[in-house]
Design a protein around this ligand. Structure first.
Ligand SMILES: [Zn+2]
Ligand SMILES: [Zn+2]
Length: 361
């Protein structure tokens, strides 16, 4: 059961709007998390006061609370808290420093583009990649200090991390420009990293690409990005896999597609022909009477399925090529073929002729 809101703010039940606002403002300043870093008790008081204020500053909700002892607006305090706080205190806290700031920050994530072939994507790949990245300076062990020296309190802010500026009667606190809020300065920077605590390095890393990987996929290699700042954790490395275009295959998931040019005779008579597969060639049987654009499949000869069992298919689309020029013998043979075919086309021709005839009846 939450405490009574009036009690939380320390005001009487008939307090005016102005009294409620004043009381909240005082508590919020006292218990604000920025002024009490890490103090859970203060944070709790701050939230409690904000919640009480959210209800008591709203005429309708206050009336409801007075009558029923609660307000049916679940989640309001959490949800409305940010804007409420900003509304009232933005001007007050605007431009204030937040006390001393830590130098620790996570290092940058890096991306490395790795180009591989379709065959490598099919087989999987272990390879070494060279990553330019920032690493912890070995000379100063990441402190940024010349060996034997240490950081000293910033003389501009006396170690507070913020400076107070007076403009007339108004005093505002700002992040110290000399130490950037750290409260201390490095008078003896490490000569190797010039006080940056990190150094450029080229690192050779072993990466393992799983079989079946597709173009555009990324592998995350945890903690292999750039070193952190001031003791912060390193970033991650993302290996972006790009698969080079294959001479003959187009990939769709685990299936591979290839346009296979064939002659009329191969389609009509049937044939066995060499076709490409991953890592070589195999014989593909074209059945007699195959049609142009028909797709023949070799089951299981496609790409391995990523992190699954089995392979996709290799698919061959039969592309009919009519010879642009005929020699004398070819012409003779085709003319004989045509003469022998009169009245005996395929089902497409028969059905077309029949429908033509119907039109003329
Ligand atoms: Zn300073
Ligand atoms: Zn160094």
């Amino acid at each position: 059961m939450p405490r009574d809101y009036y009690e939380v703010l320390g005001v009487s039940r008939n307090a005016s709007e102005a009294e409620i606002k004043r009381a909240y403002r005082q508590l919020a300043m006292q218990y604000h998390p920025d002024r009490n870093p890490g103090d859970k008790g203060a944070e709790e008081r701050f939230k409690e006061a904000s919640q009480a204020y959210a209800i008591l500053s709203d005429g309708d909700k206050r009336a409801q609370y007075d009558r029923f002892g609660s307000v049916g607006v679940g989640g309001f305090a959490e949800q409305g808290f940010g804007t409420l706080f900003e509304d009232i205190f933005e001007s007050f806290f605007a431009g204030t420093g937040r006390g001393r700031r830590s130098r620790a920050a996570r290092g940058e994530d890096l991306q490395y583009e790795l180009k591989i072939t379709l065959d490598e994507a099919a087989a999987g790949l272990e390879t070494k990649i060279q990553i330019p990245r920032m690493e912890r300076c070995g000379e100063c062990n990441g402190t940024g200090l010349e060996p034997g020296s240490r950081r000293i309190a910033c003389d501009m802010c006396q170690g507070r991390g913020e400076v107070r500026l007076s403009q007339g009667f108004l005093t505002v606190a700002r992040t110290c420009p000399k130490c950037h809020g750290e409260g201390e300065v490095n008078r003896n920077p490490c000569p190797a990293c010039r006080g940056e605590s990190r150094q450029r390095a080229e690192r050779l890393l072993q990466v393992k690409i799983p079989p079946g990987i597709d173009d555009g996929m990324q592998l995350r290699i945890s903690a292999e990005g750039s070193a952190g700042y001031g003791g912060g954790p390193p970033g991650d490395l993302y290996v972006l896999v790009r698969i080079k275009e294959h001479e003959l295959f187009v990939r769709n998931g685990a299936d591979l597609y290839c346009d296979l040019p064939v002659t009329f005779a191969q389609l009509a008579l049937g044939a066995e022909t060499d076709v490409p597969v991953l890592g070589g060639t195999v014989k593909l049987k074209i059945p007699a009477g195959s049609q142009p654009n028909q797709v023949l499949k070799l089951r299981g000869r496609g790409m391995p399925r990523l992190r699954e069992r089995g392979h996709g298919d290799a698919c061959y689309r039969l592309i009919l090529e009519v010879p642009p020029k005929l020699n004398a013998r070819q012409r003779e043979a085709l003319e004989a073929f045509e003469a022998a075919s009169k009245g005996q086309g395929g089902p497409l021709i028969s059905s077309f002729l029949e429908r033509m005839k119907k039109l003329l009846e």
